[in-house]
Design a protein around this ligand. Structure first.
Ligand SMILES: Nc1ncnc2c1ncn2[C@@H]1O[C@H](COP(=O)(O)OP(=O)(O)OP(=O)(O)O)[C@@H](O)[C@H]1O
Ligand SMILES: [Mg+2]
Length: 147
């Protein structure tokens, strides 16, 4: 268990996942990479009188704000790990969260991906969110889904 990928969106469940990652890293001497994905802004339906350049500018602003929020979140979790003497790094990617988590896991030799079962946006009655579901289904490495 050398390298763990921890995916966080700031939800309560993802913070629980972060706690589990910390415990595993301490037990196995693993390195943790924290990943927070800034979701690319949704393409909104044109509203009357809105110009495409305005929409593009608005979307760029939204993305920038999301990147800043992701960086803040990932950094604060990284700092908690540093305090415990864990080797840690953090990354922010832009795009669709499930795709970016899977891509990151394909590019580096991770032994485990840890994420929460649910996140910020979903409907409570479902057991898994789309991100945890897609990562579990499509990732080549082992996945731990924390409830
Ligand atoms: N943008 C993200 N960046 C990094 N990890 C994420 C991101 N979004 C979700 N995750 C990870 O996936 C876990 C499950 O979240 P998910 O988004 O699948 O559930 P949800 O928000 O309840 O539902 P949905 O997004 O399908 O509406 C989170 O606890 C977190 O660990
Ligand atoms: Mg979500």
């Amino acid at each position: 268990m050398k390298k763990i990928l921890l995916a966080v969106d700031g939800s309560e469940t993802s913070l629980k996942a972060a706690e589990q990652a910390k415990k595993l890293a301490q037990a196995f001497g693993s390195e943790i990479v924290i990943l927070s994905v800034a979701h690319e802004p949704e393409l909104h339906i044109f509203t009357e009188g809105a110009f495409l350049p305005d929409i593009k500018e608005e979307q760029a602003k939204i993305l920038k704000a999301r990147i800043i929020a992701c960086e803040k979140l990932a950094k604060s979790i990284a700092e908690e790990n540093v305090e415990k003497g864990i080797k840690v790094d953090y990354k922010v990617r832009e795009g669709r969260p499930s795709d970016e988590i899977i891509k990151e896991a394909d590019q580096e030799p991770y032994d485990l991906i840890i994420l929460g079962s649910r996140g910020l946006t979903g409907v409570k009655r479902f057991v898994l969110g789309t991100v945890s579901g897609k990562v579990a289904n499509n990732s080549i490495c082992s996945v731990m889904i924390v409830k």
